[in-house]
Design a protein around this ligand. Structure first.
Ligand code: TXD
Length: 311
């Protein structure tokens, strides 16, 4: 029997995530949304695409949570997305309320699941979900650094005229202005971009990566990016259900790694059946570590608006 992955929020990101999961055949997929007919309609549409795309997994839609029972991973994309002029942080109170309802139901029906948070502001919502779920920290993580790294890989590939498959990008920190792209650890064919590009070129890549989401919001005008975000969430959910043990930068609860604790922040993590199975501590130097700590302090401040510390 295939494992089950539920995706809560059948909007742009949730639908793309569900569709990628179905295409990859990683798991049975359940799509949930408050809007009547929306998850059912999208699930039906995706299932019919199986005849064309060559997949045969069960995709169902529901407005309730019974169908999500015993999911191995619950991906949470429910919430509001940014519009032009809004920061991710503007979404905090509304999305925190939605998160409370969604996490409560996810925990009730799938007490053994790993929760993969996508809703913004990502680092704050991951912490919020961890706290309200009562789950151990390894079973609640967030998707953003993988997306941010995909964006940086794209910008590097473009600048270097290199195939994107040969580009690696290291991105840590928070999903927002205090993102921490690390050029020294980002490579083309294994060579650090600091040896391949000028400081000006690198600064441009870092700026474009940090503003990658805003650039798309400004173009779309009615919402935010969803193809790459949905694919990133699907990739992480797949790594977890397949117990891949691969390293994917994720938003994780830190307990002293990098000298940071009691905050959820983007760091490299080994993902497997138990969610975050190991947090990797890279040797950051100088400004890199300063920027990471600055991001941690900012996320903590924002998190404190909503919450009491997790114990
Ligand atoms: O890197 C990242 N983490 C992100 C995060 C990248 C892209 C988008 N990011 C955030 O994900 C974005 O800022 C939003 O907070 C979420 C979802 O973005 P999306 O673009 O999918 O938004 P939509 O299309 O508006 O979809 C949200 C859906 C919509 O269908 C609502 O009806 C539903 O969420 N929704 C709910 N579903 C279930 N239960 C409740 N309570 C609920 N409330 C709203």
């Amino acid at each position: 029997m295939k494992p089950k992955i539920s995706v809560i929020g059948a909007g742009n990101v949730g639908a793309q995530c569900a569709y990628r999961l179905a295409q990859r055949g990683a798991a049975e997929v359940v799509l949930v949304d408050v809007v009547e007919g929306l998850p059912q309609g999208k699930a039906l549409d995706m299932s019919q695409a199986g005849a064309l795309d060559g997949f045969d997994v069960r995709v169902t839609g529901s407005n309730g949570y019974e169908a999500t029972g015993d999911s191995q991973v619950v991906v949470i994309t429910a919430g509001l997305a940014r519009k032009p002029g809004m920061s991710r942080d503007d979404l905090i109170h509304k999305n925190a309320e939605i998160m409370k309802v969604v996490v409560g139901n996810a925990v009730k029906y799938s007490p053994g699941a790993v929760l993969l948070i996508v809703t913004n502001p990502l680092d704050v919502m991951t912490y919020h979900a961890l706290r309200i779920s009562g789950f151990p920290a390894n079973r609640v993580l967030g998707m953003a650094p993988l997306l941010d790294a995909a964006r940086m890989r794209y910008f590097i590939a473009q600048a270097m005229k290199a195939p994107i498959s040969q580009v690696y990008a290291e991105v840590m920190g928070s999903h927002g202005d205090l993102m921490v792209p690390v050029p020294r650890l980002s490579t083309v064919n294994g060579k650090p971009i600091t040896e391949l590009m000028t400081p000006e070129q690198i600064k441009l890549i870092v700026d474009k990566t940090t503003n990658g989401g805003a650039e798309i919001v400004n173009l779309l005008k009615t919402g935010s990016a969803y193809y790459a975000p949905g694919s990133a969430a699907a990739r992480m959910a797949e790594a977890i259900v397949k117990d891949e043990k691969i390293i994917i930068n994720s938003c994780c609860y830190l307990t002293g790694q990098y000298g940071i604790k009691d905050v959820c922040l983007g760091v490299p993590a080994r993902l497997g059946r138990n969610g975050v199975e190991e947090i990797i501590e890279l040797e950051l130097i100088g400004e890199e570590l300063v920027k990471l700590k600055k991001a941690a302090a900012a996320v903590k401040e924002l998190t404190n608006i909503l919450l009491i510390p997790h114990t």
